[in-house]
Write a protein of this length. Structure first.
Length: 227
């Protein structure tokens, strides 16, 4: 069975030795979503996984964060994230892939750059008031980037340009963000705004890629499905 156009393109780029940058929102996303590709490409070309949201924050924690920590069996988010970073480095090393932990705070714990007016004292009792995304279901998982995340989006864009300059000729992989998590949408948006040609790919059922599925990132975004 012949490759679809996007797979053929990736094979060509990797075969040329051009670099590949994979944007991973969280510490398990890249390996769980495309570990096979990383293992194949990492032995043929320089591949870097840039994991963006690799830090937690000290308490007090909002309800959504407390529920998450309870499911993981720990009460200390920073301790949990330290263990996850070590695991991530180990796995990517086994795949012959470079890892970069960018050090941005995970959306579940990310606080506003400046407190909302009049909430400074109350936020000590109601941590949600200090967060960019006060709740998971109603805010973080709605598929929208908060206005309070403007600096975060800028930082993600600067990371892309620093690790894979547009003139490098390399390939950039980013999540489409179909689940609506704001951290994933931030990665997707940074890729779209990078000025590179954007191709949306859906697997494992991908067929031929139609012309309308490709768009120059400088000219806008393309809506629709995909993964």
């Amino acid at each position: 069975m012949s490759d679809d156009p996007l797979t053929s393109f990736v094979r060509t780029v990797v075969g040329s030795g051009a670099p590949m940058l994979v944007l991973s929102p969280h510490l398990d996303d890249a390996v769980l979503s495309c570990g096979g590709l990383l293992g194949w490409a990492g032995r043929r070309a320089p591949v870097t996984v840039a994991t963006l949201f690799t830090e937690a924050a000290p308490p007090p924690y909002a309800l959504s964060a407390r529920q998450y920590l309870k499911r993981t069996g720990t009460e200390d988010a920073e301790e949990l994230f330290a263990a996850r970073r070590a695991e991530d480095r180990h796995v990517l090393e086994l795949l012959d892939v470079r890892s970069r932990h960018i050090g941005l705070v995970d959306g579940l714990f990310r606080r506003l750059p400046r407190p909302r007016a009049g909430t400074e004292r109350l936020a000590r009792l109601v941590p949600e008031l200090a967060l960019v995304y006060p709740t998971y279901r109603l805010h973080l998982a709605r598929g929208r980037i908060s206005a309070g995340d403007a600096d975060t989006l800028r930082a993600v864009g600067e990371t892309v340009e620093s690790l894979l300059p547009a003139r490098s000729g390399g390939v950039l992989l980013a999540p489409l963000g179909v689940g609506g998590h704001a951290d994933h949408v931030l990665c997707r948006t940074a890729a779209e705004l990078s000025g590179r040609r954007v191709v949306y790919y859906e697997g494992p059922f991908a067929g031929p890629v139609p012309p309308e599925a490709c768009r120059d990132g400088r000219k806008g975004r393309l809506g629709g499905g995909g993964a």
